[in-house]
Design a protein. Structure first.
Length: 230
């Protein structure tokens, strides 16, 4: 009753959307990973160049294992590039490296959605951990409305986190593209390729938010109504 009900199709739709988005980003990345940048700059070199140009001197560029694990950590000031990005001189690799630099610039300029996102992380983690147990206990305690509502609210914190992530990711890509368009690393005809890679990557965040929204909708349909008549 708890998991296999008609509303489960919402979860499946969310899953399909997420799978389609991640398939699309993988395909797009691979396509432009085949295109060698004309100036033969590696992801690491591009990142170092952009950071320098942006007046950021306290960020270290490091290599990290894994597939598309590239990230920027504002606490440690470490910009990590995955194996596929760090040493590659492809247009896709440079795009990803520039996107992570976009996050470093956000950090340096105190871009407020990024600060908000960082502040929400612990709340969202707690929320997604306790929401299902709370709802379950609420149902077991002969449909305790307070617990169920709190459980749904806790889950919505995960959605809030993903929604705040969207402007942060889109903005990092916009910064990356305008930095690359300014020249120095890519030639003008290579910039639209980067735009395609970063747009595909951004879509995975939209898909994640959409899929979480569908799960929240399911919880509201299942448990949000008044079941006092039961
Ligand atoms: Zn990002």
């Amino acid at each position: 009753m708890f998991f296999w009900d008609p509303t489960y199709f919402l979860v499946i739709i969310g899953l399909l959307i997420s799978m389609a988005a991640s398939g699309y980003v993988n395909r797009t990345f691979r396509k432009f990973d085949e295109v060698q940048s004309r100036r033969n700059v590696s992801g690491t070199e591009a990142a170092q160049f952009i950071l320098q140009q942006s007046g950021i001197h306290d960020v270290d560029v490091q290599k990290i294992s894994g597939d598309l694990t590239d990230n920027y950590n504002g606490q440690t000031k470490i910009l990590s590039l995955s194996d596929a990005t760090a040493d590659s001189t492809s247009v896709a690799a440079i795009g990803v490296a520039a996107h992570e630099c976009g996050h470093a610039v956000q950090d340096q300029t105190n871009y407020w959605p990024m600060r908000l996102r960082t502040a929400i992380v612990p709340l969202a983690n707690i929320g997604s951990t306790i929401s299902f147990p709370m709802i379950l206990i609420g149902v077991l305690l002969s449909w305790n409305h307070t617990l169920i509502t709190l459980g749904i609210f806790a889950f919505s914190l995960a959605l809030l986190f993903q929604l705040v992530t969207l402007p942060v990711e889109f903005n990092a890509s916009r910064r990356a593209i305008s930095i690359l368009a300014a020249g120095g690393i890519l030639s003008a005809d290579e910039v639209p390729m980067v735009r395609q890679v970063l747009t595909a990557a951004a879509l995975t965040y939209v898909a994640a938010a959409l899929s979480t929204f569908l799960q929240l909708l399911r919880l509201i349909i299942l448990f949000g109504g008044n079941r006092d008549d039961n």
